[in-house]
Every structure is written in C-alpha cells, then in structure tokens.
Design a protein around this ligand. Sequence first.
Ligand SMILES: Cc1cc2nc3c(=O)[nH]c(=O)nc-3n(C[C@H](O)[C@H](O)[C@H](O)COP(=O)(O)OP(=O)(O)OC[C@H]3O[C@@H](n4cnc5c(N)ncnc54)[C@H](O)[C@@H]3O)c2cc1C
Length: 410
Amino acid sequence: MPYTELNLELSEEHELLKEEVHKFAMEVLRPASLELDKLSPSEVVKKGSLYWECMARMYQNNYHTVLISDAYGGLGLDPLGVHIFWEELAYGSVGFAVSLGCSCFSSFYATMLCEDYLIDNFVTPFVNCKDASIMSCWGITEPQHGSDNLMTGTEFFRDPAHAHQVKAKRKGGKWVINGQKSAWISNGPVASDVALFVNMDASCGFSGGGICLLNLDQPGVSRGKPLDKLGQRELPQGELFFDGAECSEEAMIVDPESYESMTELTLGHANATMGAYFTGLAQAAFDLSMDYSRERVQGGKLLSEHQLVQRKLFDMFVKVETARAFSRSAMVFNMNTTPPKVQYSIGAKVFCTEAAFQVASDSVQLFGGYGVSKDFPIEKLFRDARAGLIEDGSNDSLSLAAGLMILREA
Ligand SMILES: Cc1cc2nc3c(=O)[nH]c(=O)nc-3n(C[C@H](O)[C@H](O)[C@H](O)COP(=O)(O)OP(=O)(O)OC[C@H]3O[C@@H](n4cnc5c(N)ncnc54)[C@H](O)[C@@H]3O)c2cc1C
C-alpha cells in the first residue's frame, strides 16, 4: 500500500486483509468498473454480465459476509477490520463496494435481532450463496420523500400530514404492502430481497413507520428500468413497485415503537460505511495524482518539481489522512456502542465524501486536459465522488439532522 499506516496497533490479520482486498480491488474491480462505465444500465444488469461475474467472485471470496460473525459462518471481522475492508474495496470501485454493502442489508438486521426465523431465512442462505443470486437492498427513499426520511427527532417526523408512500396493512396473519420506492434504490434491479421502510400508522406521520424484510421474487413486486446516471455506473439502481406484495409477521422486524431509533441506528451504520468507502476513493484519487505528477513534464521539469503542485499534493494528503483517521474512529466507536452516537457517523460521511470530491476535483485539475478524458480513470473517480455528496442522504440534510443530535445531547 502506498500510504504510511499511522495505526501502530494494526494486527497481522488487518495487514493481510488490507493487502488481499486491495489486490482484488485493483486486479478485478477497477478494470471491470471502467468497462461497465461504458455500458447502458440495462447491459450492466443483464444475466452473465461483468457485473454478475464480479459480484459472484466477491461472494466466492466470502466478501458478502463481511458484517457477519464467524458463529454464523461470516468473516467475523472486528470493526477496524470492517473499515479497512471497505476502504480497500472502494479504492478499486466505490460502485461495487456500495453494491456489496447493500447486499448485506437484510442479513445485517437478522443477525442483530438474532431470531431463528430470521437467521434461517436471511442469514444462512445468504452466507452459503456463492453466485450472488441472494442479494439484498435498502428501500427507504420514495419519489416524494428523500431527505424527509432523515428528519428524526423533529416535529415534522411526527406530523400526520406527512408519511411514507409505501404502506403496510395487516391482513389474515400477514402484512400486505402497497406503494413505490424511488429510482435510487441501490441493487433495486438485481436484489432478491429488500429491507423495506414502510408506513404502518399514518396518524403518527413518519414516526409511524416499520421495517420489513421482503422477498422481491414474488407476485405483487415489479421493478423499474435500471437508472441511467452520472457516476458509480457499475452500481445498478432502480425503482421498486409493490402491489399487494406479502411479508410474514416474523419478517416485520420493526414497528412504530422502535422505528425512529432504528432509523437512526441504520443511518449510524450506513453513514460510517460511507466514510470508509470515500476514504478509499480519496486515497485512490491522491495516488493517481502522485503518479501523474512524477511523469508529466511542463516548464522543463516534472509537475512534482513545481512548488504549486507540491502544495496541492500536500493539501490532498491532509484531506485523505484526516478522512481515514476520523472515519475509522467513528466506525470503531459506533460498532462498539449501543445506541450509536449517530452524529459521528454522519460527520464521517459528510467529511469523507467532501474530502473525496475535493481531492478528485484537484486531481482532475492536475491532469490538465487528460483529467477530463477517458484515457485515465480520474474522470470516473470524480463522477463517482460527486454522487457521494447525495448518496445515503444529501450532505446538507444529514448535517442538519446531525446538528440537532449534537444539540439534543449537549
Ligand atoms: C448513488 C446513490 C445511491 C443511493 N442509494 C440508495 C439506496 O440504496 N436506498 C435508498 O433508499 N436510497 C438511496 N439513495 C437515495 C438518497 O438517499 C437520496 O437521494 C437522498 O436522501 C436525497 O433525497 P432526494 O434525492 O429525494 O433529494 P431531496 O430530499 O428532494 O433534496 C433536494 C435538495 O434539497 C435539500 N433539502 C431537502 N430537505 C431539506 C430541508 N428540510 N432543509 C434544507 N434543505 C433540504 C437537500 O439537501 C438537497 O440538496 C441513493 C442516492 C444516490 C445518489
């Protein structure tokens, strides 16, 4: 790895993990993501595509079990190991890292709640899957409710005038689901199940929500066209439609009583993971800049010999190192703390995505004309980083939510 590891207590296992995942990400995911970037979204998700080939390879390496303890057959990584894993995977391709991260959604809840029904249906088959045919996604955003979902702890969240469009109604010992989730659902076009955020009691507004784990290969579920977008084009995204889809009582895992705290806990985990992904992307953009500045000659000397370039590289370096230090601390703290202090995870997400975007943008500038050409991967990294400022909550809305959390605690 080109950077100096500042954590002197990293174990040998952490070092090996870092090396192994980095190698896989650079040999398999980076070239595949550059190829997939040129395809239409429908070609990306087609059976037998390079997307499926790479996902299957990650499942064969057991990477999909990154959040699962060894007691259930998972990788059993500690929180720092989880961060290192995501950093290195996203170094090669943030889109593949997000796709793999979302594939873990249902099993993550199932292992947290630890009930036999959930383990048998959402953990064991997932752990044993080696071809990526069992894959989850996170369905929270709706066409009319994006940032609204994040406003926990506010009067708005409890106002009966606003609630999720996707509704769950109890009928004959089951839950019947109707409504639509937005085109942003990562893995929406390819997932076999969803951790679905629904409304159960509209009189309580958003706080009358619930979460169910729902099989997507059933009558009553349909999908939109895979989304065409700016960055992370190797990550399939698309709408989910529910018209009388069903889930069992046991799979309705959260009701209005715990919905608000579970939404915050989910954000706490998802945002910490975003911090790790974008630390990896920032490092990748920085490394490309270092290499290029040592090859390109202008004004009779290498770019790296110009003082202005040295200053630019230093600024990038500080952003990458600060991102890594903050993001690792937030993830390690929050994976060891119940309930998590979500403002730290949000802080890591906001800081690291902005650092990654600034580093990628400075890197494009350093490459000059080549920065905006397809000849180098930096233009893709720049587009991938741009999506991160909105992904998993827009940075503005997340900052408002975290500001309230900080005030609530003070
Ligand atoms: C790459 C990518 C992956 C994603 N993956 C998933 C996924 O897997 N699952 C899923 O459910 N969703 C996913 N999303 C959706 C994402 O979480 C939403 O896009 C995000 O929450 C913003 O919602 P919105 O797009 O509806 O924007 P809006 O909520 O409409 O916001 C538009 C703008 O208004 C601002 N704004 C909104 N409300 C306020 C307010 N109260 N005060 C001040 N400013 C405000 C926002 O900051 C933003 O700048 C993904 C998005 C992207 C880009």
